[in-house]
Design a protein around this ligand. Sequence first.
Ligand code: URA
Length: 245
Amino acid sequence: MERLQKVIAQGGICSRRKAEELIALGKVQVNNEVITQMGFKVSAKDVVTVDGVIVERLEYKYLVMNKPRYVISSVSDEHQRQTVISILPEALQKYHLFPIGRLDYDTKGVLLLTNDGDFMNTLVGPKSQITKEYLVRVKGLISKPILRKLEQGIKIDDYVTRKCQTYLVSTDVKNRSSLAGIILMEGKYHQVKKMFAAVGYPVKRITRIKFGEISIDGLEEGQYRDLTPHEIKRLYVLSQGKSSD
Ligand code: URA
């Protein structure tokens, strides 16, 4: 069972707030009966209409994509650049998918996509305990004590980052660069770039290798697959800070 305003918004007619207005105005019917009660629940069998037009009931989709670099993590782009939605096949366009959180234009790796707004809010909302793991190529030879500083929390802009985990993968003395891993439970704008820059190591490249337990194993850049029901359930569990269900 789903709330009526959610079903209307999901049909792609309007936002959830607008759907609430339409319900209040008496423009919404369920099985030919006007419903003005907010939060009224409907099942998949109920016929919902807005101004007499049937609301298409879309199935929920949950995908993981290996986002390529130089693709925007949004639904559309005013400069007509490729987006994570525009690179999906035509058959998926009708599902009104959107990314769960964002990766920078020049970041590649694990990106989840869905058309379930509640799922997205659970995963990226302020209470979410999901970890995200990044491999980061930085300029300069980074050391473990510097990584420890990042782990303890560091001031970026007017904000101190939460405790996190890091590891050193390798240093390249010849090219004066290093590869490190960082596991964060938050996702502020440009957080990884700002954290490494704050300790004097500008970021060259970022790859997100995990979102919770979801990796891009087996996916070429630009490829995607459906999440399994078990993976979806695990993401809910992890978002609540539990490690087992
Ligand atoms: N942090 C960044 O700086 N960029 C990303 O794309 C993701 C996390």
